[in-house]
Design a protein around this ligand. Structure first.
Ligand code: TXA
Ligand code: MG
Length: 322
């Protein structure tokens, strides 16, 4: 931890555990350090970063016109998997915000990262610690697989508790708009703010006219083999698989695994437990990737309420074929 702190204080790149996924952290106010993040990940410069804070007072230092709603949400959900998009102040380097007038901020819940933030007094820009486009890392081993040799250090904090990235909420529009679904649902946000109609974005569901998280336009979370979505009933899915190449594999929930036994199924969790599915998704995609199957086929959970929005969103984004 001391070495990680020293590296961050001197402009280094350190992969850190968060409660969502591992992040690739650097001093957010040091433009040179932030540039190294984009370089290490191969990230397009028009995709802004989330700034992680260890103390609520930083919100005012980074953002202006902070509405009451931000403090209400911070009280309910921080530290935790919620990112707030707010008007930025000039201290935040352009590179962090991809030149936009807003900045995304969150207070992460992992004790090791909180300790680093508080020990250094820094605010840390950190995207997910994967190569741009590949599944987000939920263990230190995943980080090393993608970024060994490109980062100065990795802090191993064990497997991530949530397994998918934070909910991103735009507070510069009224009503606030979910730009990326995550562990905190639109319903929970509505209850906390006593506001009806916080737009829930699921699947491809960002509204066309809403300002979006620029990152959501890119293909994401994708294994190297072509990944197709298997929709419909089990019978329809099995029929689609008749034309699959030899050695093709299926990604599905525990409950459907026996039904796809002929296709080396890989499970990402229990269908009735969205937290279990979130925790398992990216690791399952990485295991499928390592198996070098010529094609992959993904099943979505059959249950659909807003607790599944993040899962539907990530699987849909990982899909390359039909
Ligand atoms: O859980 C998380 O959020 C993880 C951990 C490491 O904190 N971080 C993460 O970062 O997922 P990243 O860079 O992989 O995704 C950040 C998302 C992108 O879709 C980006 O476009 C969006 O947040 N974003 C960042 N700044 C924004 C802004 N000012 N306005 C709108 N969207 C923004
Ligand atoms: Mg990412």
């Amino acid at each position: 931890m001391d070495e990680a702190a020293r590296l961050l204080e001197t402009g280094g790149l350190v992969a850190v555990p968060t409660e969502t996924v591992y992040g690739l952290a650097a001093d957010a106010l040091n433009e040179k350090a932030v540039a190294r993040i984009f370089e290490a990940k191969g990230r397009p410069a028009d995709n802004p970063l989330i700034v992680h804070i260890g103390d609520l007072s930083e919100l005012r230092n980074l953002c202006r016109d902070v509405p009451e709603a931000a403090y209400t949400l911070a009280l309910h959900f921080w530290p935790g998997p919620l990112t707030l998009v707010l008007p930025r102040r000039g201290v935040v380097p352009d590179l962090v915000c991809a030149g936009m007038s807003t900045v995304a901020v969150r207070m992460p819940a992992h004790p090791a990262l909180l300790e680093l933030l508080r020990a250094t007094g820094l605010v840390l820009a950190a995207p997910s610690a994967n190569l741009s486009g590949s599944p987000s890392p939920t263990t230190a081993q995943h980080v090393l697989y993608d970024l060994d040799g490109r980062v100065d250090a990795v802090v191993d904090g064990g497997p991530c508790e949530w397994g998918v990235e934070s909910t991103v909420l735009d507070l510069t529009v009224s009503p606030p708009c979910v730009l990326r679904p995550g562990g905190i649902t639109a319903g929970q946000l509505s209850v906390a703010l006593s506001v009806k109609g916080i737009a829930a974005s699921s699947g491809k569901g960002e509204q066309a006219d809403a300002p979006r998280a620029p990152g959501m336009k890119y293909r994401h979370y994708a294994p190297r083999a072509p990944l197709h979505l298997l929709e419909g009933s089990i019978d329809e899915a099995l029929r689609q698989l008749e034309t699959a190449p030899r050695g093709a594999r299926v990604l599905c929930c525990d409950e459907e695994k026996p039904l796809f036994a002929a296709y080396h199924p890989e499970s990402y969790g229990r269908e009735d437990d969205p937290r279990d599915l979130m925790r398992g998704l990216f690791a399952a995609l990485r295991r499928l990737d390592e198996s070098a199957a010529p094609a992959l086929y993904a099943r979505l959970p059959n249950v659909r309420d807003e607790r599944y929005d993040a899962i539907v969103n990530r699987v849909t984004k990982a899909v390359s074929g039909k």
